[in-house]
Design a protein around this ligand. Structure first.
Ligand code: G3P
Length: 217
């Protein structure tokens, strides 16, 4: 399973990229809105210069024509741009048109397996089921990942399953076990995942023993 960063914050992207773990980045309008004063195009292009992998940029039109117009524009910004389109019927129309032009689409805001099947049939490159937001309404979000993975594998569908709306390290583990191709994670969750008190205690002990050994030689 590949790890993407779910952010439009360039410092977070620079830091996680320096760890050598990033295969891509996803953004959305809410994440962009947190970057006060930033220019959308410049941000996406800067991200593309930092991470050599798919960079999702989200459309905000509600109609297919508008989504296609935005999608063509975003795709011209950088060859790694993937156009994010919502799971609606207008979205399906836009995905099928953009796919015919070889523009890759990430179908977002997916909350059920039929939306995922339809997105794949329209030609989606990535499907983004929102695990955390499903958990938030008292339903197990990871079940949706398992259903989509099973449907896609059973029917030889090449669309990539991207676990989105990841809220904690356990979500990453469960998404990987469920067979997701990608998990897109907030920076905080990636950082949190690498912290373990036994790792810190272990380092401390090794260093103390090393020092004692050196002094006793
Ligand atoms: O980028 C889409 C998704 O990951 C958003 O997550 O935390 O806003 O539900 P969240």
């Amino acid at each position: 399973m590949q790890i993407y960063l779910d952010t439009a914050n360039l410092d977070e992207i620079r830091t996680a990229a320096s760890w050598g773990v990033l295969s891509g980045v996803t953004t959305n309008p809410s994440l962009m809105a947190k970057e006060k004063g930033a220019d959308f195009k410049a941000t996406i292009q800067e991200i593309a210069s930092l991470v050599d992998g798919p960079i999702s940029a989200e459309t905000t039109s509600l109609d297919a024509d508008g989504m296609v117009r935005e999608g063509r524009e975003f795709a011209a910004w950088h060859p790694n741009v993937v156009v994010k389109i919502p799971s609606t019927t207008e979205g399906l129309k836009a995905v099928s048109r953009l796919a015919r032009e070889n523009i890759r689409c990430n179908v977002t805001l997916c909350f059920n397996a039929v939306q995922a099947l339809m997105a794949a049939r329209a030609g989606a490159y990535i499907i983004s089921p929102f695990v955390g937001r499903i958990d938030d309404v008292g339903v197990d979000g990871m079940t949706l990942i398992r259903e989509i993975v099973q449907i896609y594998r059973t029917h030889n569908i090449p669309t990539l399953v991207l676990a989105a709306s990841i809220r904690h390290p356990r979500h990453i583990v469960e998404a990987a076990l469920a067979g997701a191709d990608i998990a897109t994670c907030p920076f905080k969750v990636l950082e949190q995942s690498m912290r373990h008190p036994l790792t810190d205690i272990g380092i401390e002990r090794f260093l103390a023993d090393w020092k004692a050994w050196q002094q006793g030689r």
